[in-house]
Design a protein around this ligand. Structure first.
Ligand code: C2E
Ligand code: MG
Ligand code: MG
Ligand code: MG
Length: 277
C-alpha cells in the first residue's frame, strides 16, 4: 500500500510539474510572437512631487493582451521572458516604443516634465549593445537621452556588478537617469551600491504597504531614506494608495511618489489627457 501510494503521488507530482512546464512553454511561445509582431503595449504611471503634487515623470509599464490567454500580468510574463532569453528583444521594443511615444507627445506640443522611466532587466544591462541601441532609438525619434531614466533592481545589478557599474557610467555620461527599483527586497552590497552611479532609490511597494501598521516596515523605510540621503540619492516611494502614506513618507524626508493614490498606469492618450495638458 505504502509503495503504491508513493508511486501515485510521484505520478501526480510529475503530471503537475509537466502541466506547469507546458503552460510556461505555451506562454513563452505566444509571447515570442507577441514581441515579434509588436502586440505589447506600454502604460504610463505618473510620478509626483509629494510637496507640490506636481508631475515629475512617469514609469512605462509593459502590458500584454493575448487573444487566447487574455491579459497576462508582467509579473507573470517578464520572468518567463527572462528565463527564456527573450528580455533583450522585449526590452528593445519597450525602449523604442517609449521613444516613439515621447516624440509623439512632443509633436502634439506636450512635454513630459522630468524623465520617462523604463524598466531594464539584468540581461539587457549586461548586453554591451544596450547603450548603442538606446542612443540609436533616441536619435531616430529625435528624443534627448536625458528624457529617459532606467530602473534596474538590486538583484539585477548584483548579477554582474562590475559590468553594471561600467554600464551606468556610460549611460550617465549621456544624461540618462538611473533608479534602483524594488529597493530593500533584493540582496545587494552597499559597497557596490556606492559605486553604482544611481541617482534615485525606489522604495519597494511591500514596505510602503505596511509602513503604517508595522513598526519594522516603518523603520526600514526610514532607514532607506536616511541612507539614500546620506549617499546623496533621491528617494521615490512606490505603491502609495492612501493620503496618510503620502503624508508619512513626506514627513520622513521622501519627496517623490508613485501609486494608485495619484493614478494607475494609463494608456498613453489617457495619461496625456490627465497629466500633460
Ligand atoms: P515595478 O517596476 O516595481 O513596477 C511597479 C508595479 O507596481 C507595477 O506593476 C505597477 O502597476 C504597480 N503599482 C503601482 N502603483 C501601485 C499601487 O498603488 N498599488 C499596487 N498594488 N500596485 C501598484 P506591473 O505593471 O504589474 O509590473 C510588475 C513588474 O513587472 C514591474 O515592477 C517590473 O518589475 C516588471 N515590468 C513591467 N514592465 C516591464 C518592462 O517593460 N520591462 C521589464 N524589464 N520589467 C517590466
Ligand atoms: Mg519599475
Ligand atoms: Mg518597483
Ligand atoms: Mg517590482
Amino acid at each position: 500500500y505504502q509503495a503504491k501510494r508513493q508511486k501515485l503521488s510521484v505520478l501526480h507530482f510529475e503530471s503537475w510539474m509537466g502541466q506547469l512546464v507546458s503552460e510556461k512553454l505555451h506562454i513563452a511561445k505566444r509571447l515570442a510572437v507577441a514581441i515579434a509582431e509588436h502586440q505589447l503595449r506600454l502604460h504610463y504611471q505618473p510620478q509626483v512631487d509629494l510637496r507640490t503634487g506636481q508631475l515629475i515623470g512617469a514609469e512605462a509599464l509593459c502590458r500584454w493582451h493575448d487573444e487566447e490567454l487574455g491579459c497576462v500580468s508582467p509579473s507573470k510574463f517578464i520572468p518567463i521572458a527572462e528565463e527564456r532569453g527573450m528580455m533583450v528583444a522585449l526590452g528593445n521594443w519597450v525602449i523604442e516604443e517609449a521613444c516613439r511615444q515621447l516624440a509623439e507627445w512632443q509633436q502634439q506640443g506636450m512635454r513630459l516634465p522630468g524623465q520617462l522611466a523604463i524598466n531594464i532587466a539584468a540581461d539587457q544591462f549586461e548586453d554591451d549593445d544596450l547603450a548603442t541601441s538606446l542612443l540609436a532609438f533616441c536619435h531616430q525619434y529625435q528624443v534627448e537621452a536625458s528624457m529617459l531614466s532606467l530602473e534596474i533592481t538590486e538583484s539585477g545589478i548584483m548579477v554582474h556588478p562590475e559590468k553594471a557599474i561600467a554600464m551606468t557610467e556610460t549611460l550617465k555620461g549621456h544624461g540618462l537617469g538611473l533608479a534602483i527599483d524594488d529597493f530593500g527586497t533584493g540582496y545587494s552590497s552597499l559597497a557596490y551600491l556606492k559605486r553604482f552611479a544611481a541617482d534615485k532609490i525606489k522604495i519597494d511597494i511591500s514596505f510602503v504597504r505596511d509602513m503604517l501598521t508595522s513598526d519594522n516596515d516603518r523603520v526600514i523605510v526610514a532607514t532607506i531614506i536616511a541612507m539614500a540621503t546620506t549617499l546623496g540619492l533621491e528617494t521615490i516611494a512606490e505603491g502609495i494608495e492612501h493620503a496618510d502614506q503620502a503624508e508619512a513618507l513626506l514627513s520622513m524626508g521622501c519627496n517623490q511618489a508613485q501609486g494608485y493614490y495619484f493614478d494607475r498606469p494609463l494608456v498613453a492618450d489617457h495619461f496625456a489627457e490627465r497629466w500633460l495638458t
